[in-house]
Write a protein that binds this ligand. Structure first.
Ligand SMILES: *Cc1c(COP(=O)(O)O)cnc(C)c1O
Length: 826
C-alpha cells in the first residue's frame, strides 16, 4: 500500500493532536479566513498563498516533533552559520517531500487550477549570491533527509539578490522585495529575541570573587528577532529548521530624548537598526570592507551564539564542561568568523569562565569551510573599524593572536618572518585582521570543497598552518541535492529512472550506477534521447518567453550559467561563438553541428569588467542572431535574471555544460554537478570538482581542454598572448572582428578594455592561452554530437556515475569526519 497518498489516512495518522481537515477543505479555509478571499476570482497569487499555508500546516506537527526529538536526545548539535541561503522556491519541495502531490492536485481542482501554474507564483527566496549560498541550501536539505540534528542560521534579508534585466545590452539591477506579499514559509518567534551590542567601549571591574572582568558598556543595542523556516526531509517525518534573524530596534526609547520632545527622533532610530537586515550584499567571490557588512556578520553570529547558549543554559545551567563536545558551529566561509571571538566573549564576560576553559570550548566546537583561493575574496577587516564597532572583540582577537604567536615561537624559535606571515593582524599603514587566519586558529577543522582545492590550500594559501596542524585540514567535495536538482526539476527523467532502476535513488544517489548497463541498450538510449528532447522543448519555450529568441530543437544546447566573473571565463565562451560565427561567414560550414549557446548570470553591480562582458554577450548575440547566414546553425542568448527557479528549467534541457574556469581558480563548482546528474556532458578544464566529475564519468565521457593548475602557474612566468594570436589564423580573425568594432558599430571602443585584457601578458585568466585547445575540444564535442547514439551513451554514463555528487554523500562525510553526529531516527 502507498503510505500517505490518501488525505483521509493522512489526517487520521497525523496522530491525535492534529486538528487538520482534508486538504481541499484546508485550502478553502485559508482562502476565505486567512486571506479573506471569499470570492475567488482566478487570481493565482491567492491560490498560491492559501495552498502554501495549507501545506505548511501539514508540516507543523512533524516540525514540533522533530524539535522535541532533538531536544530530548543527548546528541551533539550542529549549527550551520551562513550569511547566505539561496533556497529558491519552497512549495514544490514541500509537496514532494511530504508526498502531498495527489491531494494537492485534487484540492486545486475545485478551482480549476494546476499545481505547475500555481507554483510559478512563488517568488524565489534569493538570500544568496551563487554557489556558496546554494550549497548551504542543499546542505540543509541533505541534513533533513539524513535526520541529522543540524540547524541553519542566517539573516532574513528584506531584499535578497537583485533582479537583473537587460537594457541596451547592459545589466540593470532592480531590488528584490521578496517579502512584499508576506512569506507563508516563516514563523516569527519573538519569544526568542536576542539583544546585540555594538560600538561603546570596555571597562575592567573586579567582581565579587576577586576576578578581573571586562564589561562592554555604553553600547548601541539592537534586537535580533528570529523567523523560522521549515526544512522538510524526504518522506521521513523530519522537519529541520532554518532560523533567520531580522534586525529590530530595542523597544526602550531614549527617555531623555522622548521627554525633551524628540519623540519622532527616538522612533526614527528604528530605521538604523533595521538597516542591518535590509539587503544582501551582491558580491560573489570578492570582499567588501563596508561597515554595514561587518555589522551583518556580527549580528548573525552574536544572535545565533546567544541562541545556542540560552538553550544550553536552559538544559544544563551554567555548567559548560561539555558545551564544546555537544555543539559544533560550521562556518560557511569566513563571513561568520567573528563567531570565534564572540563565543569567547560570551563565555568570558557573560558566563564568567576563565580564558583557558573558554578557549578549550571554543576551539572544540568551531569548524571552518574555505570557499576560495582568490586573493581578492579573502576577508580582511580594518583594525580601526573593528575597534570602533566591536571593541571587546578586538581585544579578544589580540589576545588570541598573542597566545597563538607564542605557540609559533615555541615551535620555530626566532623565525620572525614566519611570525609576521602567520599573525592574525596584517601590519601596514592601516592594519587589518585576517579573517581566514582567525578561523583556522579558532577551529578544530578546516576544509576545502573539492580535492584539488584542498590540496592547493595545503600547499599554497595555508601552507604554514598546514605545517603546524596537518590534522586540522580535510576535504569535503561539494554536492547538490538530487531531490531538487533531478527528481523535482526533471519529471520525465525521474519517471524513466523509477521505471528502470526503481525508486531508492532519491535518497541514495549511488543507486544510479544501476543505469550503467543500460548505456549499452539501444532501445534505452533512444528513450533517453526522447526525455532530453522533452526537456529541450520546455527550455525552448522558456527561452522564447524571456528573450524572444527561438532555439531550433535539433541543435546542440550549449549552456554556461553561473555568476559573471573573469575567472569563470564567459569571455572564452563568447570568443568561441565569434569563431563559429566567423566560420559561417567565410562559408566553412561543411558538417557543422547546429548549436544554441545560452549564457546567464549576474554581475556584481560594482564589477565593471563583468558588466562589460554581459554587454559583449548581448552585442554578439544581436549580430549573430540577425545574420541570415547563421540561420539554424548558430544562436546565442543572454538569459536574464539567472536564479534557482531558472536553473530548474535550464539544467534538464542542457546537453553541453560549460565549466571553463582558469585551472586553480574555481574551488569546486556545483552547477557542473547539476548538469551531470541531468545527463549533460561537460566541456571543462582540470579545475575544482571537474576533476572528480571526469574521474567518475570516465575521461572518454568528458571534453577536456586547457592548462591544468600547474600549467597555469608555469605559463604565467612568461605568457605572450600576442604571439599566440599572431600565430593562429582563426584566433587572429576572432580578435580582428572584436577589435574592428564588428559588434559595436554604433558604440566605438566600448570593448577595448576586454580586448586589451586578452592581449595583456599579465592577464591572470590566461584566456588566449586556452583558446586553441578550447576550439579543438568544442570540435570534438560537435563531432560526437553528430552521432546521437554515441552522445546518448555518454550522457547516460554521466548521469549513472553522478552519485558521488549528491550532497547526501557530502553531508555524511561532514557528519562522520567533522561533526561526529548520527541520524536521529523518527
Ligand atoms: C548551482 C547554482 C550556482 C552555482 O553555479 P556554479 O556554476 O557552480 O558557479 C549559482 N547560482 C545558482 C542560481 C545556482 O543554482
Amino acid at each position: 500500500m502507498t503510505k500517505t497518498l490518501d488525505q483521509k489516512s493522512q489526517v487520521t495518522d497525523a496522530s491525535s493532536e492534529s486538528i487538520l481537515g482534508p486538504l481541499p477543505h484546508e485550502l478553502r479555509r485559508h482562502l476565505y479566513y486567512t486571506l479573506g478571499h471569499h470570492r475567488p476570482n482566478g487570481d493565482p497569487t491567492y491560490y498560491y498563498r492559501a495552498l502554501a499555508y495549507a501545506v505548511r500546516d501539514r508540516i507543523s506537527d512533524q516540525w514540533q516533533k522533530t524539535q522535541d526529538r532533538f531536544a530530548a536526545s543527548d546528541s551533539r548539535r550542529v549549527h550551520y552559520l551562513s550569511l547566505e541561503f539561496l533556497l529558491g522556491r519552497s512549495l514544490n519541495n514541500a509537496v514532494q517531500n511530504l508526498e502531498l502531490e495527489q491531494p494537492v492536485r485534487e484540492a486545486l481542482q475545485q478551482y480549476g487550477c494546476h499545481l505547475e501554474a500555481i507554483a510559478e507564483e512563488e517568488l524565489d527566496a534569493g538570500l544568496g549570491n551563487g554557489g556558496l549560498g546554494r550549497l548551504a541550501a542543499c546542505f540543509l536539505d541533505s541534513c533533513a533527509n539524513l535526520q541529522l540534528p543540524v540547524t541553519g542560521y542566517g539573516i532574513r534579508y528584506e531584499f535578497g539578490m537583485f533582479h537583473q534585466h537587460i537594457e541596451n545590452g547592459r545589466q540593470v539591477e532592480d531590488p528584490d522585495h521578496w517579502l512584499r506579499d508576506g512569506n507563508p514559509w516563516e514563523i516569527e518567534r519573538r519569544e526568542s529575541t536576542r539583544t546585540i551590542k555594538m560600538y561603546g567601549h570596555t571597562q575592567r571591574v573586579m567582581d565579587q570573587d576577586g576576578a578581573m572582568r571586562v564589561r562592554w558598556v555604553a553600547t548601541n543595542d539592537l534586537l535580533a528577532v528570529p523567523f523560522d523556516m521549515p526544512i522538510p526531509g524526504y518522506k521521513n517525518q523530519t522537519i529541520n529548521t532554518l532560523r533567520l534573524w531580522k534586525a529590530n530596534t530595542t523597544d526602550i526609547f531614549d527617555l531623555e530624548e522622548f521627554n525633551a520632545g524628540s519623540y519622532p527622533e527616538a522612533v526614527a532610530a528604528k530605521n538604523t537598526a533595521e538597516q542591518i537586515s535590509m539587503v544582501l550584499y551582491p558580491n560573489d567571490a570578492s570582499e567588501n570592507g563596508k561597515e554595514l557588512r561587518l555589522k551583518q556578520q556580527y549580528f548573525l553570529v552574536s544572535a545565533s551564539l546567544q541562541d545556542v547558549l540560552a538553550q544550553w543554559v536552559k538544559k544544563h545551567g551554567e555548567d559548560f564542561t561539555d558545551f564544546g563536545k555537544q555543539n559544533c558551529f560550521q562556518l560557511n566561509d569566513t563571513h561568520p568568523a567573528s563567531a570565534v571571538p564572540e563565543l569567547m566573549r560570551l563565555l568570558l564576560d557573560e558566563h564568567k569562565l576563565d580564558w583557558d576553559t573558554a578557549w578549550k570550548i571554543t576551539s572544540e566546537c568551531m569548524a571552518y569551510t574555505n570557499h576560495t583561493l582568490l586573493p581578492e575574496a579573502l576577508e580582511r577587516w580594518s583594525v580601526s573599524l573593528f575597534n570602533r564597532l566591536l571593541p571587546r572583540l578586538l581585544e579578544i582577537i589580540y589576545e588570541i593572536n598573542e597566545r597563538f604567536l607564542a605557540q609559533v615561537d615555541e615551535l620555530y624559535p626566532g623565525d620572525v618572518e614566519l611570525r609576521k606571515r602567520l599573525s592574525l593582524i596584517e601590519e601596514g599603514s592601516e592594519p587589518h585582521i585576517r579573517m581566514a587566519y582567525l578561523s583556522i586558529v579558532g577551529s578544530f577543522s578546516v576544509n576545502g570543497v573539492a580535492h584539488l582545492h584542498t590540496e592547493l590550500l595545503k600547499s599554497g594559501l595555508f601552507a604554514d598552518f598546514y605545517k603546524i596542524w596537518p590534522k586540522k585540514f580535510n576535504n569535503k567535495t561539494n554536492g547538490v541535492t538530487q531531490r531538487r536538482w533531478l527528481s523535482h526539476c526533471n519529471p520525465p527523467l525521474r519517471d524513466l529512472l523509477n521505471e528502470t532502476i526503481g525508486k531508492g535513488w532519491e535518497s541514495d544517489l549511488e543507486r544510479m550506477t544501476a543505469l550503467v548497463p543500460y548505456a549499452d541498450d539501444a532501445e534505452f538510449r533512444k528513450r533517453w534521447g526522447e526525455v532530453k528532447l522533452t526537456n529541450k522543448r520546455r527550455l525552448v519555450e522558456y527561452v522564447k518567453k524571456h528573450t524572444a529568441i527561438e532555439f531550433p530543437e535539433a541543435a546542440m544546447f550549449d549552456v554556461q550559467v553561473k555568476r559573471i566573473h573573469e575567472y569563470k571565463r564567459q569571455l572564452l565562451n563568447v570568443l568561441h561563438v565569434i569563431h563559429l560565427y566567423n566560420r559561417i561567414r567565410r562559408g566553412d560550414t561543411e558538417g557543422m553541428v547546429p548549436r544554441c549557446v545560452l549564457i546567464g548570470g549576474k554581475a556584481a553591480p560594482g564589477y565593471h569588467v563583468a558588466k562589460l562582458i554581459v554587454k559583449l554577450i548581448n552585442n554578439v548575440a544581436a549580430v549573430v542572431n540577425s545574420e541570415p547566414k547563421t540561420q539554424d546553425l548558430l544562436k546565442l542568448v543572454f538569459f536574464p535574471n539567472y536564479r534557482v527557479s531558472a536553473m530548474e528549467v535550464i539544467c534538464p534541457g542542457t546537453e553541453l555544460s560549460e565549466q571553463i574556469s582558469t585551472a586553480g581558480k574555481e574551488a569546486s563548482g556545483t552547477g557542473n554537478m547539476k548538469f551531470m546528474m541531468n545527463g549533460a556532458l561537460t566541456i571543462g578544464t582540470l579545475d575544482g570538482a571537474n576533476i572528480e566529475i571526469r574521474e567518475k564519468a570516465g575521461a572518454e565521457n568528458f571534453f577536456l581542454f586547457g592548462l591544468d593548475a600547474a600549467g597555469v602557474v608555469k605559463t604565467k612566468q612568461n605568457y605572450n598572448p600576442n604571439a599566440i594570436i599572431a600565430a593562429d589564423a582563426e584566433i587572429r580573425q576572432v580578435m580582428e572582428l572584436l577589435e574592428g568594432g564588428h559588434f559595436n558599430k554604433t558604440e566605438p571602443g566600448i570593448f577595448d578594455l576586454l580586448t586589451s585584457g586578452l592581449r595583456n601578458p599579465q592577464d591572470q585568466w590566461l584566456t588566449i592561452a586556452d583558446f586553441r585547445s578550447y576550439i579543438d575540444a568544442q570540435q570534438v564535442a560537435a563531432d560526437t554530437y553528430a552521432d546521437q547514439d554515441k552522445w546518448n551513451r555518454m550522457s547516460i554514463l554521466n548521469a549513472a556515475n553522478s552519485g558521488w555528487f549528491s550532497s547526501d554523500r557530502t553531508i555524511k562525510q561532514y557528519a562522520q569526519e567533522i561533526w561526529g553526529v548520527e541520524p536521529l531516527d523518527s
